[in-house]
Ligand binder design. Structure first.
Ligand code: NAD
Ligand code: LMR
Length: 329
């Protein structure tokens, strides 16, 4: 039986994450090795020529699963019929830009893109926002798409999750696939809280296996939370291949499910769980089943974790209030 190709719209397609992402989507890593895809690349007019160059290279790979590539500079056209939307393109902070200017510039991107998704995407659209500030950009897009179920909009904290898994595995001298049930809570920013109290490493509780609060507080948490800045410092550019890889992981898990007994982390619209105000786009422990993320319920949150979750959620509240004040939601 020939399957209908899945339409995947990628914004910021000519950027560095786009370049690391598109070839993996086309080779079957986003959805599965038997799922044909059509790529819809959305750029600003200045980015279209570079996107055309990437499309030439994609052609030159002769990927069997790639059934078409179209390039757009109009969001309504770019999201027409989209089943998956990867919102990567964003306005970076530049010298002299205040926080309000950054939120406002991104509101000018993610508001119209949310509306374009609302008006033009397929009924089963699933959106992952990568462009920073990812949680609040996702909140803005979701607020402009009233006809799309809110749980179809997500923000990427899978890179933070993968970073935390790698650091923990390294510390305990185990493989990354021995680490389960780790959680990133809150915002994709330096306030995020990577939580190992419910994590398991080779079947043992990770916090008990570590038994070193100093390492947790002074090493693990800041290393994970500030990893983005450390990469920028070392590379002179923000993470690209690892961010693209995390976007692939996020969507693959969303569509294909989490393993029994494990979970992952994603920015999803809060239903009020764990005291996170309903409606905020916050990272939680989530399972995925039948194409839906569900927040893992019933975890005991100790005082150490509570303070750190609250601090990151407070930052999200402030970002939400700022974009509300600017009339962006
Ligand atoms: P980049 O500057 O290399 O590329 C961004 C691309 O987006 C450019 O080609 C630009 O033309 C395009 N663009 C800008 N506005 C657009 C619009 N309105 N519509 C369509 N395209 C548009 O940046 P990058 O390194 O690819 O990073 C992209 C974003 O991802 C940044 O905001 C970065 O901070 C963020 N990021 C997030 C994570 C995460 O974990 N959530 C990790 C790494 C990077
Ligand atoms: C990252 O976590 O690597 C990025 O979000 C950093 C950044 O500011 O682009």
């Amino acid at each position: 039986m020939t399957r209908t190709p899945v339409n995947v719209t990628v914004t910021g397609a000519a950027g560095q994450i786009g370049y690391a992402l598109l070839f993996r989507i086309a080779s079957g890593h986003l959805l599965g090795a038997d799922v044909p895809v059509k790529l819809r690349l959305l750029e600003i007019p200045q980015g279209v020529k570079a996107a055309e160059g990437t499309a030439m290279e994609l052609d030159d790979c002769a990927f069997p699963l790639l059934k078409g590539i179209d390039i757009f500079d109009d969001p309504n056209a770019g999201f027409a019929g989209a089943n998956i939307g990867l919102l990567v393109g964003a306005r970076p902070r530049t010298a002299g830009m205040e926080r309000g200017d950054l939120l406002s510039a991104n509101g000018g991107i993610f508001g119209p893109q949310g509306k374009a998704i609302n008006d033009n995407a397929a009924d089963d659209i699933r959106v992952l926002v990568v462009g920073n500030p990812a949680n609040t950009n996702a909140l803005i897009a979701q607020n402009h798409a009233p006809d799309v179920p809110a749980d179809r909009f997500t923000a990427m904290t899978r890179l933070d999750h993968n970073r935390a898994v790698a650091q923990l595995a390294k510390k305990l001298g185990v493989g990354v696939d021995d680490v389960k049930r780790l959680t990133i809570w809150g915002n994709h920013s330096a306030t995020q809280y990577p939580d190992i109290f419910h994590a398991e490493v080779a079947g043992k509780n990770a916090a008990e296996a570590i038994a070193d609060e100093k390492w947790l507080s002074d090493d693990f948490i800041p290393t994970v939370a500030k990893r983005g800045a450390a990469i920028i410092d070392a590379r002179g550019a923000s993470s690209a291949a690892s961010a693209a890889n995390a976007a692939i992981d996020h969507v693959y898990t969303w569509v294909n499910g989490t393993a029994e007994g494990d979970w992952t982390s994603a920015g999803v619209v809060s239903d009020g769980s764990y005291g996170v105000p309903a409606g905020l786009m916050s990272s939680f422990p989530v399972t995925a089943k039948n194409g839906t993320f569900e927040i893992v319920q019933g975890l005991d949150i100790n005082e150490y974790s509570r303070a750190r979750i609250d601090a990151s959620v407070q930052e999200l509240v402030e970002e939400r209030d700022a974009v509300k004040g600017l009339g962006l939601i």
